[in-house]
Design a protein around this ligand. Structure first.
Ligand code: DLZ
Length: 171
């Protein structure tokens, strides 16, 4: 696979804009908590390293990944946010539950992002095994929570930049 030899969390620190004035919501699923809480730690560390203040980071926990889009919607309704990050881990099992959950989360976050205008970041692991998940939650393939934070900073910066544009583009 193309990504099998890369630590996916490697990026150029100076290429990422400051997060000092940005507001973030984080929804984290507690199912597979030993993995998702590692994603959360990587996400929080990264937002802070780029200047986000703790009072501008609102974190909520939900039982499982299926609840992530709903929690993201509640966060957007309750707080002034520039981006929301959804963190979860859906591991393949004996049945198709993983496909239903993963598809529902991806679709829900996509729809919420478009409808609300607030970028919603998909930080949900969908591995075949727990080992693959651990490799992406602080292991040999980095930490997907770091990547989600970087994506949130970039999208929040895009949002705030375009919000300040006086002439609407294309409409
Ligand atoms: C029920 C369930 C199962 C079987 N597996 C996972 C999983 O691998 N990852 C995850 O985040 N959540 C799982 N859940 C819980 C669902 O996401 C959800 O919390 C319940 O179906 C209740 O709506």
């Amino acid at each position: 696979m193309a990504t099998s030899l890369h630590n996916l969390s490697e990026y150029q620190f100076t290429d990422i804009p400051s997060a000092a004035d940005l507001r973030f919501g984080i929804a984290v699923a507690d199912w597979n908590a030993h993995i998702t809480h590692a994603l959360l730690q990587g996400c929080l560390d990264t937002l802070r390293q780029h200047g986000a203040s703790d009072e501008h980071i609102h974190t909520v926990h939900v039982p499982g990944s299926f609840e992530l889009p709903g929690a993201a919607r509640l966060l957007i309704g309750a707080q002034k946010l520039d981006a929301v990050i959804a963190l979860g881990c859906v591991i393949r099992g004996e049945t198709q539950h993983n496909e239903y959950i993963s598809h529902a989360v991806a679709t829900g976050l996509t729809q919420l992002s478009i409808a609300s205008g607030i970028p919603c970041i998909f930080g949900v692991l969908t591995p075949n095994t727990e080992e693959q998940a651990l490799a992406r939650a602080g292991g040999v393939h980095g930490n997907k929570g770091v990547e989600a934070a970087v994506t949130a900073i970039r999208m929040a910066t895009l949002k705030t930049g375009l919000s300040q544009t006086k002439s609407p583009i294309g409409f």
